[in-house]
Design a protein around this ligand. Structure first.
Ligand code: NAD
Length: 352
């Protein structure tokens, strides 16, 4: 690695703090939106109605059918509602699935999005969009999908169940880990990644003990913002590639898959990425970074094996083939035997 780098800041506005949802009307005014459509999943309809209430006349409708992986049919239905109501912007209130729907509307209709993230996935900080058609997810990068403002309100995350919060937080940690050894890293990204992991490693055990812990919720959301910004600024490696293939091929839950794979990929990659390992040792307060990540996941009581997620051992070879079929950035070369061994270790679980 050399000292050279390129860093391009994304035009992002962040409003952070407990109660910041109340600032939504000023943010709508700021972007000149007068006819907003509020997006949510069916489960978060209550939040969507509350948000619409806060916006008053500026909210002209609620579309509560956001779904995982942004199916094109869902986008088409939302586009029809948006056109019928002549909306001039959207508010995405929810996790990566709802924000993904907002991004799809921004991509296809040019509608500006205000985001209210309620998980730690980090999609709101990235120009990456995804659309699923005929069981295949296409993804791309387009600056137009970046939210015009992101309101991070820790109060909105208190209802996220503890188990989901912990895996979602580890999903965020994975963004930072891979950003630390990304080919397009920089000192700015490294600083965000180190602090993001520190925040989440401190916060997640507090949330495990008490999902209503305000200090824990605040630190976790701040960490998720930083880790999401790392995801948006860099190219992810083996870990994200593996999780993408596992999720797509075997229909595994997104955040749990990240939680299971992270210590194993870290143990494989970090020996080839000493600066990343040093940053993680500092942020985790651990003598060994991969062992520190394994200890964190064990302490949180989240799933630690692919077997627990319902993967059959016989599927591992297929996963390895698909991962190897497409090149991706990684600090350590990946051979088929290495990859199969890594997958088998993750399938069995235990210390990597
Ligand atoms: P999600 O948005 O699918 O939410 C999971 C469930 O939790 C939903 O039912 C949701 O309504 C509920 N929920 C969310 N927040 C809640 C809260 N505070 N209280 C109660 N319930 C709540 O999950 P996710 O992990 O945030 O997002 C995963 C999706 O996001 C995946 O499709 C992934 O590919 C995508 N993603 C995209 C990017 C990107 O940059 N484009 C980044 C990260 C994730």
């Amino acid at each position: 690695m050399t000292d050279a780098f390129t860093y391009e800041a994304l035009p992002m506005r962040v409003v952070f703090g407990a109660g910041s949802v109340a600032r939504l009307p000023e943010e709508a005014e700021r972007i000149g939106a007068r006819r907003l459509l509020v997006l949510s999943t069916p489960e978060q309809r209550g939040l969507a109605d509350r948000v619409a209430g806060l916006l008053g006349e500026r909210a002209v409708g609620v579309f509560d059918r956001a779904r995982m992986h942004v199916p094109v049919e869902t986008v088409a239905a939302a586009e029809q509602v948006a056109a019928g109501l002549a909306v001039d912007g959207c508010v995405a209130a929810g996790g990566g699935s709802t924000i993904g729907l907002g991004k799809a509307l921004a991509l296809r209709r040019g509608l500006p999005v205000l985001a209210l993230p309620t998980t730690y996935a980090g999609s709101e900080m990235t120009p990456i969009w995804g659309l699923t058609e005929n069981a295949r997810k296409r993804t791309g990068r387009a600056p137009v999908v970046l939210p015009r403002a992101v309101l991070y309100d820790p109060d909105l995350t208190v209802t996220l169940p503890a188990a989901v919060s912990l895996t979602s937080g580890l999903n965020a940690v994975a963004h930072a880990v891979e950003a630390l050894y990304a080919p397009d890293g920089s000192p700015v990204v490294a600083a965000m990644a180190e602090q993001g992991v520190r925040d989440l490693a401190t916060a997640l055990p507090l949330i495990a003990r008490d999902p209503g812990d305000r200090a824990g919720r605040t630190a976790a959301l701040r960490g998720a913002w930083l880790c999401g910004a790392c995801l948006g600024a860099t190219t992810m490696g083996l870990h994200h590639k593996l999780c993408h293939v596992l999720g797509g091929m075997l229909d595994l839950p997104h955040a749990e898959t990240h939680a299971v794979m992270l210590p194993h990929v870290a143990a494989y990659n970090l020996p080839a990425a000493p600066a990343a390992a040093a940053a993680l040792r500092r942020s985790l307060g651990a003598g060994d970074a991969a062992a520190g990540l394994a200890a964190l996941t064990a302490r949180l009581g989240v799933p630690t094996s692919l077997r627990e997620l319902g993967v059959a051992e016989g599927d591992l070879a297929r996963v390895a083939d698909e991962v190897l079929a497409d090149p991706y950035a990684n600090p350590r070369p990946v051979t088929r035997p290495d990859l199969v061994a890594l997958l088998r270790a993750a399938w069995t679980g235990g210390t990597p």
